[in-house]
Design a protein around this ligand. Structure first.
Ligand code: UTP
Length: 289
């Protein structure tokens, strides 16, 4: 079954990137000249997604403005003969069919996904975490959608993280299937020392069957007092099994200060407009380090 719907949870408080995220959503932090959430919407579209629901919260409505038309700006750009910028600004509003829903209380990623129940209906759907930008030729979301089509099971995007960092993520028990695909048989969110299952963690993307909503309904708050999507996915893994895709592409954690810096440096180096100058600057700069 083709995956046509995606949910982008973007209602979190973004405490790790304060004070930048005090009045501005972290999902709007730019990588050079494009906000993180636009990279994510573009990835979803390249993956064949047609309908997108962005989960927002108070103070985050500039995300809606970003994907809307901007008549005054457009008129000014046209009048100034800035056709390229005009085309770019207009095209953002036509990227996809995007809807928005407010999560009224920040009750966790699991709760944010649960809010998408009536948008999703009775079909499998993709979840793209609003602060995880993944850049690569083959869109990560599409890689997961293909795995869903192959196995008919829930799919998680997985990557190995440094052993000393696994306590901040989820930890998975995996068995190889073929190529970069794994069966996921167990998982734990933010494992205490000694409770790690492996260094594989769920990072940024998943494709879930609608059954997840019944599970989320009965999922009690977990780590951090929040309703954890991982806890619901564990139930799914235990009852039906899940598949992990060690996706290709580089992931940038735009919810962390270091991740923001890494994204800007790496994308900046390949940027068509400023890449060459930025490379010269970095070379000079690195001599002083
Ligand atoms: P995070 O756990 O990284 O977001 O959730 P956070 O809670 O904003 O992070 P910190 O720890 O305070 O810095 C991953 C994604 O899920 C969304 C976030 O906006 C982020 O894109 N999220 C999280 C929600 O939509 N609702 C929530 O209640 C929590």
């Amino acid at each position: 079954m083709k995956i046509k719907k995606a949910v982008i949870p973007a209602a979190g408080l973004g405490t790790r990137v304060l004070p930048a995220s005090k009045a501005m959503p972290k999902e709007m932090l730019p990588i050079v000249d494009k906000p993180a959430i636009q990279y994510i919407v573009e990835e979803a579209v390249r993956s064949g997604i047609e309908d997108i629901l962005i989960i927002t919260s108070r103070g985050k409505s500039i995300m809606e403005d970003h994907f809307d038309r901007a008549p005054e700006l457009e008129a000014r750009l046209l009048a100034a003969g800035k056709q390229r910028q005009y085309d770019e600004v207009v095209s953002i509003a036509g990227l996809a069919n995007i809807q928005y829903l407010r999560q009224k209380e920040t009750r966790g990623l699991g709760h944010a996904v649960w809010c998408a129940k009536s948008f999703v209906g009775d079909e499998p759907f993709a979840v793209l975490y609003g602060d995880d930008v993944i850049i690569g030729e083959d869109p990560a979301c599409g890689q997961l959608c293909r795995a869903y089509e192959e196995f008919g099971l829930g799919v998680v995007g997985i990557k190995e993280v440094a052993p000393e960092l696994i306590c901040k993520y989820s930890s998975l028990k995996t068995e190889p299937l073929h190529d970069n695909l794994f069966r996921v048989t167990d998982m734990v969110e933010k494992p205490a020392p000694g409770k790690e299952l492996s260094n594989y963690s769920i990072l940024g993307r998943c494709v879930l069957p609608p059954k997840i909503f019944d599970i989320l309904e009965h999922t009690a708050p977990g780590a951090g007092g929040e309703i954890q999507l991982t806890d619901a996915m564990l139930q799914l893994a235990l009852s039906d099994g899940m598949v992990g895709v060690d996706y290709t592409g580089v992931r940038y954690d735009m919810g962390s200060k270091l991740g923001v810096l890494q994204a800007i440096v790496e994308v900046g180096l390949t940027h068509p407009e400023v890449g060459a100058d930025f490379r010269d600057y970095l070379k000079k700069m690195s001599c002083t380090l």
